[in-house]
Write a protein that binds this ligand. Structure first.
Ligand SMILES: C[S@@+](CC[C@H](N)C(=O)[O-])C[C@H]1O[C@@H](n2cnc3c(N)ncnc32)[C@H](O)[C@@H]1O
Length: 359
C-alpha cells in the first residue's frame, strides 16, 4: 500500500478525510466547505489554486474594532490565526520525488528538500499556504539578503527569523569595542549579530538557538562568509557553557504565548527567555565583561509590560545599564497607517542596552 506523510508547521493533525476539488470550485464554496471542517485536496491548476487561496483570504472578516492597543494586537493575532486555520485546509499532494500533483506546477522539489530532507513517503500532503511560504523562503535563500554593515550576503533558511528590520542591526554597528573579544550570541537565528561582530574584529563567537533550523542556517552562513573557524553554534536553551567578554542577544520581544514554531522568535511567554537571560548573564561574563541586549518597547506600548518593568528586573538581579542607544522603529509596519496597531508601532523605540553586573 502507498505511504502518505502529512506535513504541518503548526502540528495540526493530519486530515481525517480529503475531498478532491479542482478549478471549478469558487472561493465562496471553498470557504463554506472548510468552515464545515472539510480539508480540500486541490487537483486543478497551480495558478488557479493560488488565486483561490487569495480570494478566500480577502473574504475573511477584518478583526473587530478595539478600544486599546492590546485589544487591537490580540484581535489581529486571532484574525491571523483564523486565516491560517482556514487557508491551511486547501491541501496539495507531492509524489515520491516531491513533484507537485497539480497542472502547471512549478518545480518545488528543491524547496521541499531544504525544509524536510529527502521524501519519506510515496505521497506528501501539505497545505498550499505552507508550500507557498516554503517557495518564498527558498527564493530568499537562493538570492540572499543584504544587511547593513555586513560584508557578504546572508542566506536565510525557511522558518528562521529574517533580519529585515535593520534598526536593531544598525544599533550593533555603533558598538566599537569588540576587537579580540570572546562573544556569546544567545538566540542567534541566522547568525547575523555574530557575523557582524566577527567581521568587526571579535576573536570568536559561540552562539545558541533552540531551533534546529536556525542552528543549521547560522552554521551554513558562517561557512559562506568564511567565518566558520571562529564561529560555533549549539542547539541549546539560552546560554552556552562557560564565560565570554560580550554576551549579546536579540530576544523574542513580546511576552505572549507562541502559537507555532516560527512564533518562538517573536513571542516570549511569561518573559521566560528575557528573565532567563538576565538571571544567567552575570555568571556567563568574564571579569569586566558586558551584556548587549536589544529590546523594543512594543510590549510597553501594548500594555504588556509596565514602563519601569525592565529597570526593576535589572535591579533585582544586580545588573546596571552602563550605556544605551535607541532608535525609532523603521520597519515597514511602523509606517502603515492602515495597520490597526499603527498608533503603537509608529511610536516603537528599539534600544541596545550595555549591561554590567553591579548596582
Ligand atoms: C528575535 S530572534 C533574533 C535572531 C537573531 N539573533 C537576530 O538578531 O536576527 C530570537 C531568536 O531566539 C531563538 N530562541 C527562542 N527561544 C530560545 C531559547 N530558549 N534558547 C535559545 N534560543 C531561543 C529563536 O529561535 C530566534 O532565532
Amino acid at each position: 500500500m502507498d505511504s502518505t506523510r502529512w506535513r504541518s508547521e503548526s502540528d495540526e493533525p493530519a486530515p481525517s478525510r480529503l475531498s478532491p476539488v479542482d478549478d471549478r470550485l469558487t472561493a465562496d464554496a471553498a470557504l463554506r466547505r472548510v468552515r464545515r471542517g472539510e480539508h480540500l485536496l486541490y487537483t486543478g491548476d497551480f495558478h488557479n489554486a493560488k488565486q483561490l487561496v487569495g480570494a478566500m483570504a480577502r473574504r475573511l472578516p477584518d478583526p473587530p474594532k478595539a478600544r486599546t492597543p492590546l485589544e487591537a494586537f490580540r484581535a489581529e493575532r486571532r484574525a491571523r490565526q483564523l486565516e491560517h486555520e482556514t487557508l491551511s485546509r486547501i491541501v496539495v499532494a507531492l509524489d515520491r520525488d516531491y513533484r507537485l500533483q497539480v497542472k502547471r506546477a512549478p518545480d518545488v522539489a528543491e524547496a521541499c528538500r531544504q525544509v524536510w530532507g529527502e521524501p519519506e513517503a510515496d505521497t506528501t500532503l501539505v497545505s498550499l499556504k505552507t508550500l507557498l511560504g516554503m517557495l518564498g523562503a527558498a527564493e530568499w535563500r537562493r538570492k540572499g539578503l543584504e544587511v547593513p554593515g555586513l560584508t557578504g550576503r546572508l542566506h536565510p533558511h525557511y522558518g528562521v527569523y529574517l533580519p529585515t528590520r535593520t534598526d536593531y542591526v544598525e544599533l550593533f554597528l555603533s558598538v566599537t569595542d569588540v576587537k579580540g573579544k570572546r562573544v556569546f550570541d544567545v538566540g542567534t537565528g541566522t547568525g547575523v549579530l555574530s557575523f557582524l561582530l566577527l567581521q568587526r574584529g571579535a576573536a570568536s563567537v559561540t552562539a545558541t538557538d533552540c531551533d534546529s533550523r536556525a542552528v543549521a542556517c547560522a552554521r551554513e552562513n558562517a561557512e559562506r562568509l568564511g567565518l566558520s573557524k571562529r564561529f560555533e553554534v549549539l542547539e541549546a536553551d539560552l546560554f552556552p557553557p562557560g564565560k565570554a567578554d560580550l554576551v549579546v542577544s536579540n530576544p523574542p520581544w513580546i511576552p505572549e504565548p507562541p502559537k507555532n514554531r516560527v512564533d518562538r522568535a517573536v513571542f516570549d511567554e511569561d518573559n521566560r527567555f528575557l528573565l532567563g537571560f538576565l538571571d544567567g548573564l552575570a555568571e556567563h561574563l568574564n571579569p569586566g565583561g558586558e551584556g548587549l541586549l536589544v529590546l523594543s518597547d512594543l510590549a510597553v506600548l501594548l500594555g504588556l509590560r509596565a514602563p519601569e518593568w525592565l529597570d526593576e528586573q535589572l535591579a533585582r538581579r544586580g545588573l546596571r545599564v552602563k550605556w544605551k542607544r535607541s532608535t525609532p522603529a523603521r520597519h515597514s509596519k511602523a509606517k502603515d497607517r492602515s495597520d490597526p496597531l499603527h498608533a503603537a508601532r509608529s511610536r516603537e523605540i528599539t534600544t541596545l542596552y550595555g549591561l554590567v553586573p553591579g548596582t
